[in-house]
Design a protein around this ligand. Structure first.
Ligand SMILES: C[S@@+](CC[C@H](N)C(=O)[O-])C[C@H]1O[C@@H](n2cnc3c(N)ncnc32)[C@H](O)[C@@H]1O
Ligand SMILES: O=c1cc(-c2ccc(O)cc2)oc2c(O)c(O)ccc12
Length: 364
């Protein structure tokens, strides 16, 4: 087809209109997912064991039959967003889960703590306490508060968590749920933890990451350092100890100093301060031997050149979110390297096998 200049321009404008509308309505996808989670749709579809028809789904959800049409539309959007698939069986269409919806099951038992599950992380991201501050981005640009969270609440996320037990629980459960993904790789980390007797998990939250590590390396001892209100109710065990404190002023000594999704919470100045503290701790701890006296960081490494499109987009979203919520940022390899060298470290090694995150070993 030979389009005239005017036809091409018109088509371009219509395409741009579709593009704009798609982004303007992005929140409809998040909200539809929120609704599906509230209703427990991933659990129902998974537990059905075979494709579930729209009528069966309506009935299991105990919804009025008049809502069938609406539920079908919701499911169609969630199928398009890869949270469910639809297949034909015996002439009837039925919904089946995808890997994404299997990770969003609501009902997992306490003893399946290290089975990957992201329900609590999703619940946190979709909570009004986290969604509301986005509305104030424009106001924040014209104001003096350091984050949009402070524009809305007057205090930082950490102070807010300290003062609001419900938010504290929501936040800690979300981070714990993210840590459950670590159970997928802990057993591959023999090289990284070979000969290591002690680990301090800095900003280790309620300790799930430490527990997963200790399951893979039972001979180790682990100290979890976190803010006092986070570790207040935690109970020490033989090889797991909780310490309340501020990582900006004190890091307990150990063979390995671990930071999982912690350093991206901080700006360069604070990360430098923390890394220098680590360097001091390693120097005075005098750890000798393979793997003794190193820092291990599990965090994003932004690499727009090599990352796949969805990973790139997610890293950009995290970067913006980190920046506006807690003054943190996602870093490129060059940005990480600059901080390591400035803090007095001489070498580092990056292993990319954690999806969005990479594991960085930093040596003195
Ligand atoms: C993003 S969460 C990561 C939690 C855990 N590492 C994980 O991956 O699940 C950041 C953690 O840092 C803790 N934190 C924030 N400021 C801190 C500080 N000044 N000293 C120690 N921990 C801090 C928070 O309470 C929170 O548990
Ligand atoms: O303080 C936060 C906030 C988020 C957050 C903000 C907005 C969203 O739409 C989703 C998530 O995530 C955080 C996070 O992942 C983290 O490691 C520390 C703090 C926060």
């Amino acid at each position: 087809m030979n389009l005239t200049q005017t036809q091409r321009e018109r088509n371009e404008l219509f395409e741009a209109q579709a593009h704009i509308y798609s982004y303007l309505l992005n929140c409809a996808t998040s909200m539809s997912l929120k609704c599906a989670l509230e209703l427990g749709i991933p659990d129902i579809v998974l537990n059905h064991k075979k494709p579930i028809t729209i009528q069966e789904l309506i009935s299991k959800l105990n919804l009025p039959i008049e809502k069938t049409f609406h539920l079908r539309s919701l499911m169609r959007l969630l199928i398009h967003s890869k949270f469910f698939s639809i297949i034909k069986l015996d002439g009837q269409e039925g919904y089946v889960p995808t890997t994404a919806s299997k990770l969003l099951i609501k009902n997992t038992s306490e003893d399946s703590q290290n089975v990957p599950n992201l329900f609590s992380f999703a619940k946190f991201c979709l909570d009004p306490a986290i969604l509301t501050p986005w509305q104030f981005l424009g106001k924040w640009f014209n104001g003096s508060e350091s984050t949009i969270f402070e524009t809305v609440n007057g205090i930082s996320v950490w102070e807010f968590a300290n003062k609001n037990p419900k938010f504290n629980e929501l936040f800690n459960d979300a981070m714990t749920s993210d840590s459950r993904m670590m159970s997928l790789v802990a057993n591959d980390y023999h090289e990284i933890f070979a000969g290591v007797e002690s680990v301090v998990d800095v900003g280790g939250g309620t300790g799930l990451n430490a527990k997963i590590l200790l399951e893979a390396f039972p001979h180790m001892t682990c100290t979890v350092l976190d803010l006092p209100h986070v570790v207040a109710d935690m109970t020490d065990t033989t090889n797991l100890k909780y310490v309340g404190g501020d990582m900006l002023s004190f890091i307990p000594s150990a063979d390995v100093i671990l930071f999982k999704t912690v350093l991206h919470n901080w700006g360069d100045e604070d990360v430098l301060r923390v890394l220098k503290l680590c360097r001091e701790t390693i120097r005075s701890g005098g750890g000798k031997g393979i793997n003794k006296g190193k820092v291990v960081i599990i965090d994003m490494v932004v690499d727009f050149e090599h990352d796949e499109e969805e990973i790139t987009k997610t890293k950009m979203l995290f970067d913006v979110m980190m920046m506006f919520f807690i003054n943190g940022k996602e870093r490129t390899k060059a940005e990480w390297e600059k901080l390591f060298l400035e803090a007095g470290f001489s070498e580092y090694k990056i292993t990319h096998n954690l999806g969005l995150r990479s594991l960085i070993e930093v040596f003195p």
